[in-house]
Design a protein around this ligand. Structure first.
Ligand code: C2E
Ligand code: CA
Ligand code: CA
Length: 606
């Protein structure tokens, strides 16, 4: 459209330019009256519309005056109202209406001016054509802007939807898939496995003693550890394997397409054990941990939940068998689960029904051979399952909290019995009871101990409480206060299973402890396979710290001899007397007159 404008067109252009403002105001008022969007237009939108009308009209005027289209700059400004309107969610139909009003108004004004100026018909025709072309191209631009804006909103919406669905299927801490997604993938895998005879395995991974990490190092460190574990799991597994966090310190892995399923699953489990056992140093301090793993194989027709439960019970077995190891699921494990449920159910009434029994094992003074105390060891005479060992039901009693009631019963029973022995003439005999961490946490514990001592008349110094090393270390500050209270009362404290936990002797000296019970693993084989030097060193150091040392689990004469060489104070074990109920003890005469002399020679440091 370049060429010399006629004189007529030029004056038409000048006239049009003079009425720019008026045209804009007219378009705006028509547009506002007829908008399809009933909410009032903001001042910004009205400004946009005004600006558009002005620049559109100016462009037509420019063309009529100069015979050329407006500069790119001016053209670009036409698109602005489109974008601004789109951003402010003015409907496209509204903008189209506005364009049409503008076109109508400009054409009307041109007609009026052409009449007034008496322009030649060619000039008016040219002007109207320019308006139509300008309007059409502006509309196309606005539509494009709208389209781009819509696409942007669409992709933002999709992103948000993805984020939400990711959130629903992933664990926020580690970013790993969660239980829902894992079970979904497992279900698919089971289906595929059935159709294509593919072998897959589920690994259930639990971090050993994770609670201690949280208790000792704090929750932030615990979280860092979980994040670290998640990262290492990803590193040692193939990209196609699914690693998920079920919650807490439990992770599951789905390994598909295994060729030799057992061999490969075990190899994966070993890799996981090894990587988790490496120290974690994300929080500045080094944390050591390990993993217990249960493995279950996917079989056609399996239920995903059942499969995870199988891997879980195999994991539980791995824990039972010493932690930091893996176990393959075996159907026998299910029986264990049933038994576990049966034990938990029955335990509620065990105390009331008198199903609990204490066996007693003598603790002997190594120098004189006399019995200095009896350790009370709990048994449960279950009505249908027979005698249940404490190693089996005490962890369950701890889980359910029933240990508090059970422990109170043990304490009362043992103190009563010890007072009775003393009344029978064994004036110096003491009694040792085992105490769980959960009992120490019970706010009524100290009160219970005092009440029992009062009721039985047993001197506090005759009562020894055995607390395992791991409990002392992990229970943190709650434990310490209680221990100090016990010391104030005068109760003796012994660290049970000493040597297998992580405490240092130096740490223990900060606690009001009287004795160490060296774990059986240090005693077994003394004099043959086991070197006595470790025990000797323990005894020497303990003595320097003012602690007595009791050796546990002495089974052979050789072990006994070595313990004497090591200068150990007291000992306990099958060799010196098996744990037995009261009637058997009486028959055996463990506390009989033949021992009286020896015992009376013993001076205990009360
Ligand atoms: P513990 O306190 O370390 O008790 C020693 C365990 O070793 C006892 O097992 C005892 O029967 C066994 N033992 C004693 N001498 C020998 C030996 O020469 N060789 C071998 N191989 N074993 C020996 P038991 O009675 O099955 O008790 C197991 C654990 O259950 C105890 O370990 C203790 O931690 C816990 N426990 C027992 N009674 C109670 C209780 O009343 N309350 C609490 N909280 N825990 C208890
Ligand atoms: Ca004990
Ligand atoms: Ca022990």
């Amino acid at each position: 459209m370049v060429g010399r404008p006629s004189e007529s067109a030029r004056s038409l252009g000048l006239a049009l330019r003079a009425r720019c403002e008026e045209i804009a105001a007219d378009v705006l008022s028509r547009w506002e009256k007829r908008r399809s969007d009933p909410t009032p237009a903001t001042e910004r939108i009205r400004d946009d519309v005004r600006r558009f009308c002005r620049s559109g009209t100016e462009q037509i005027a420019h063309y009529l005056i100069h015979g050329e289209t407006a500069s790119a700059e001016q053209t670009a400004s036409q698109a602005t109202p489109g974008r601004a309107a789109a951003n402010q969610s003015v409907m496209l139909s509204d903008l189209v209406k506005m364009h049409l009003y503008w076109r109508d108004v400009v054409v009307e004004v041109l007609g009026e001016e052409a009449d007034r100026l008496d322009s030649d018909p060619g000039a008016l025709e040219l002007a109207v054509r320019a308006v139509r072309v300008g309007s059409d191209s502006a509309l196309v631009r606005v539509a494009k802007v709208f389209d781009a804006h819509r696409a942007l909103l669409q992709s933002q919406l999709e992103e948000e939807q993805n984020r939400l669905s990711h959130q629903a299927l992933h664990d926020a801490l580690t970013g790993l898939p969660n239980r829902v997604l894992f079970l979904e993938r497992l279900a698919t895998s089971i289906e595929v496995a059935a159709r294509r005879s593919i072998h897959s395995a589920v690994l259930f991974i639990d971090i050993d003693r994770f609670k201690s990490v949280n208790d000792i190092a704090g929750h932030a460190a615990g979280d860092q550890l979980l994040i670290g574990v998640a990262r290492r799991l990803r590193e040692v597994l193939r990209p196609a394997d699914t690693v998920a966090r079920l919650g807490g310190d439990e992770f599951v892995v789905l390994c598909e397409n295994l060729y030799d399923v057992q061999k490969e699953a075990v190899a994966i489990a070993e890799r996981v054990c090894a990587t988790v056992a490496e120290p974690f140093s994300s929080t500045g301090t080094e944390l050591f941990t390990s993993a217990s793993i249960g493995i279950a194989f996917v079989r056609p027709g399996d239920d995903p939940h059942v499969l995870v439960a199988r891997a879980d019970s195999a994991m539980y077995m791995a824990k039972q068998r010493g932690r930091s190891r893996w176990e393959l699921y075996h159907p026998d494990f299910d029986e264990r689960t049933t038994r576990r449920a049966e034990l938990i159910n029955g335990m509620h009434r065990a105390v009331d029904r008198g199903e609990l029994v204490l066996h007693y094992q003598p603790v002997k003074d190594l120098a004189s051979g006399g019995v200095v105390a009896m350790e009370a060891l709990l048994r449960w005479a279950h009505p249908s399952l027979g005698i249940v060992a404490p190693t089996e039901f005490i962890p369950l009693a701890e889980e359910t909290g029933l240990i508090v009631d059970i422990g109170r019963w043990v304490l009362t029973e043992a103190a009563t019995q010890c007072a009775a022995w003393r009344a029978e003439g064994y004036e110096r005999i003491g009694v040792a009871v085992n105490v769980s961490g959960r009992q120490l946490e019970d706010p009524g514990f100290i009160h219970d101990v005092q009440a029992v001592l009062e009721a039985t008349g047993l001197p506090a110094s005759a009562l020894s409480m055995e607390i395992t090393e791991s409990v002392i270390v992990t229970e943190g500050s709650i434990g310490h206060e209680v221990l100090e209270d016990l010391q104030r009362i005068g109760v003796r404290l012994a660290i049970d299973d000493f040597g297998i936990g992580y405490s240092s002797l130096a740490y223990l000296t900060k606690l009001p402890v009287h004795a160490l019970k060296v774990d059986r693993s240090f005693i077994a084989g003394l004099g043959t396979a086991q070197d006595v030097s470790i025990v000797s060193a323990m005894v020497e150091l303990a003595h320097k710290l003012g602690l007595e040392v009791v050796a546990e689990g002495v089974e052979t004469e050789a072990e006994l001899e070595q313990l004497k060489v090591a200068n150990c104070d007291e000992a306990q074990g099958f060799l010196l007397g098996r744990p037995a109920p009261l009637d058997v003890l009486r028959e055996r005469g463990v506390l009989g007159p033949d021992r009286l002399v020896a015992r009376s020679l013993v001076e205990r440091a009360d």
